[in-house]
Each structure stands twice: as structure tokens, then as C-alpha cells.
Design a protein around this ligand. Structure first.
Ligand code: AQP
Length: 329
């Protein structure tokens, strides 16, 4: 079986961009691969955060992922910082990565703008840690949203640099995109993201979601209900593609084009269909939350498994680098 690796940051509420852009895919394909999913807390410390709230956020994200359908028994879900090999391999990769490659990364440029007062080396080096995350397990397939594609290409480059200099050690992984790899935020202008506060959280109630969706932007040319609209430039219509079947969606599109239905009607149908997906997730989340002790146990076992693989990869890598322990001489 090929190795699949993906990660997610414990930086706040999971939103439907994370779900439809990445997690839904993880759930679907987890049985086709040897699957590793990591809660990447080392990545999360590269921006301002509250250390007191971090443990809770990590646990909450873990429960969210299981509630979304990550299989507790099949998938190795683990906490990144509990496997120190990630940092080891990052340092090694730092030594083969040209600065210029990192300077091109658009996520760094965006995050540096967003966090002007805290542009730290970790933020700059983020893609190298990500490469180490994947390659520590010799990951070959990385299901992510479109925003991460550049980092996956970078990971391939890092593997190439290393293999060229020290001999073939790491695979060149590929990004696996969903059918909806980029979900726009409720503002209709930026990628849906926690830090932009333009998201629909997967645990939000119908009322909370309605409050946000009812005021979200649609086709700007459609001012009155009697104005015909263009569904293909409407963000809400795009959202329908995530939750509404083709036939019902065509009805919505036709209603919009002929002014048969108003934007609020269209939004109501979207929210009803979205809740059909989110309600069962919330129910599972509430149940799992009652048993955090056994979730902690699963995480401990998974960290052990990961440490074992990490140790093997690092031994092989250090051997290549000539960093054998002296006692081996
Ligand atoms: N809007 C999106 N559309 C499609 N996929 C998305 N992903 C995130 N936003 C979208 C995918 O979700 C996975 C986990 O993301 P993450 O938590 O590691 O980081 P992120 O991309 O930084 O998420 P946010 O919400 O944008 O967080 P902040 O605001 O804290 O930076 C990834 O596979 C990502 O592609």
C-alpha cells in the first residue's frame, strides 16, 4: 500500500473549507492507503497563540477529525510534537534547501503580511517542516486543498535535492486534490480561513450558520428578487455544489436565472442541505467528547507507532549523511 500523509493545524474551529477541501477526502480514501494524519501543533506555534489553550485545541481538533469520519482503528492520527523526528529531519532538510526556494512561497508572503509583528524563522521554514512531516513516513500521496499545492511541489524538490546529493532515500510525493479544492469565504473574496473570520464552522448550529449565510454576498447585479441572476458568479451557488445534488442544483440555478427564486430562498436550501451533513458530525462530536480518556490512549499508541517509523527513517538518513554514531567505527 502506498503511504498517505496529511496534516492540519490546531489553530481554531474547523470550517467547511477544511472539510470539503481536505478532510472529506481523507475519510473517503483512508482505506486505500497506509494513512497518517497529523495534528501539526509545531506548525501552529509559528503564529501568535495562547499556550494555555493549546492542549484543549489539539484535543478538540482530534475529536473533530474522528467525528468527521477518520477511522480510529485504521488511520494513524497523531500529534506532531510528540514525534521529535519531525524536527530532526527538518534540520537535515534545511541543509539541502536553497533559501531562494523558500522565498518564493506564497503562503509565507501572505502570512508575513497577516502577522507583521511576528515574522519569525519558523514561519519562513514552515514548508521545510511540512516536507519533513511527509517524508519522515516516506509519504507518497498528500491529499490537501489547493492552497497547499505549492508546498507539496516544494516537498518533491527537497526530496530531489536530498536524493541527488546523498543517494535515493525519499519518494517524490504527489498532491491529491478534491473536486472542490478551494472553498471561498463568506466574503466571496478570500479563501475560507479561520484567520480571515469568513468561515462556516462545522460545529455551528443552524441558527448560527443562517446568521452568517443570510448576509453573505451573492451576484452583485441581483439587487431585487425580481432581477434575474447569474449563478455562475455567485459564491452561494458554488457552495450548493458541495451539498446539493445535481438535479436540485439545476433547479436552483434555473430559479436564479429566471428570478423564480430569491437569494434568500437559495440560501435556505443551501443551509438545509448543509445541515444534513453537519448534524451527524456534531452528534458524533458530542458523544466522543464524553470519552477523551480513550482518545488520549489512541493518540499515545499512534505516537509510539510513528516514533518507530521515524527512528528507521532517521537512521537511514543519517547513514547517508555520514552521521553514524562514532561507536559504529
Ligand atoms: N478554503 C479552503 N478550501 C479548500 N481547502 C482548504 N483547506 C484550508 N482552507 C481551505 C485545507 O484544509 C487542510 C488543513 O488546513 P490547515 O488547518 O492546516 O491550514 P490552513 O490552510 O492554514 O487553514 P486556515 O483556515 O486557512 O487556517 P489559518 O487561517 O489559521 O491559516 C489543508 O489541506 C488545507 O489545504
Amino acid at each position: 500500500m502506498k503511504v498517505l500523509f496529511s496534516g492540519i493545524q490546531p489553530t481554531g474551529t474547523l470550517h467547511i473549507g477544511n472539510y470539503f477541501g481536505a478532510i472529506k477526502n481523507w475519510v473517503k480514501i483512508q482505506y486505500d492507503y497506509k494513512t497518517y494524519i497529523s495534528v501539526v501543533d509545531y506548525h501552529a506555534i509559528t503564529i501568535e497563540y495562547d499556550p494555555g489553550k493549546m492542549p484543549e485545541k489539539v484535543m478538540d481538533l482530534t475529536i473533530n477529525l474522528f467525528a468527521c469520519g477518520i477511522d480510529l482503528e485504521k488511520t494513524i492520527l497523531f500529534i506532531q510534537s510528540e514525534v521529535t523526528g519531525h524536527a530532526d529531519l527538518t534540520w537535515i532538510f534545511n541543509s539541502v534547501t536553497p533559501m531562494g526556494e523558500l522565498e518564493r512561497m506564497t503562503q509565507f508572503k501572505d502570512k508575513a503580511k497577516q502577522h507583521k509583528k511576528n515574522v519569525n524563522v519558523g514561519l519562513f521554514d514552515y514548508p521545510v517542516l511540512q516536507a519533513a512531516d511527509i517524508l519522515l513516513y516516506k509519504g507518497e500521496v498528500v491529499p490537501v486543498g489547493e492552497d497547499q499545492v505549492q508546498h507539496i511541489e516544494f516537498t518533491r524538490e527537497v526530496a530531489r535535492y536530498f536524493n541527488k546529493r546523498y543517494g535515493k532515500t525519499f519518494p517524490e510525493c504527489e498532491a491529491l486534490l478534491t473536486k472542490s479544492p478551494r472553498i471561498m469565504g463568506l466574503d466571496g473574496e478570500n479563501k475560507m480561513s479561520k484567520s480571515m473570520n469568513n468561515f462556516i464552522g462545522i460545529l455551528e448550529t443552524e441558527n448560527q450558520i443562517w446568521d452568517k449565510v443570510s448576509v453573505a454576498k451573492t451576484d452583485p447585479a441581483r439587487i431585487k428578487k425580481t432581477d434575474p441572476g447569474n449563478p455562475f458568479i455567485c459564491n452561494i451557488y458554488y457552495y450548493h455544489k458541495l451539498v446539493t445534488n445535481e438535479e436540485a442544483r439545476e433547479e436552483v440555478a434555473e430559479g436564479c436565472r429566471t428570478a423564480g427564486i430569491g437569494c434568500l430562498d437559495c440560501k435556505k436550501i443551501f443551509v438545509t442541505n448543509l445541515m444534513r451533513i453537519l448534524n451527524p458530525i456534531r452528534e458524533r462530536y458530542e458523544n466522543l467528547k464524553k470519552n477523551t480518556h480513550s482518545i488520549r490512549e489512541i493518540l499515545n499508541n499512534n505516537a509510539d507507532k510513528c516514533r518507530h517509523i521515524a527512528k528507521q527513517t532517521l537512521l537511514e538518513t543519517k547513514e547517508r549523511l555520514g552521521l553514524n554514531p562514532v561507536w559504529k567505527l
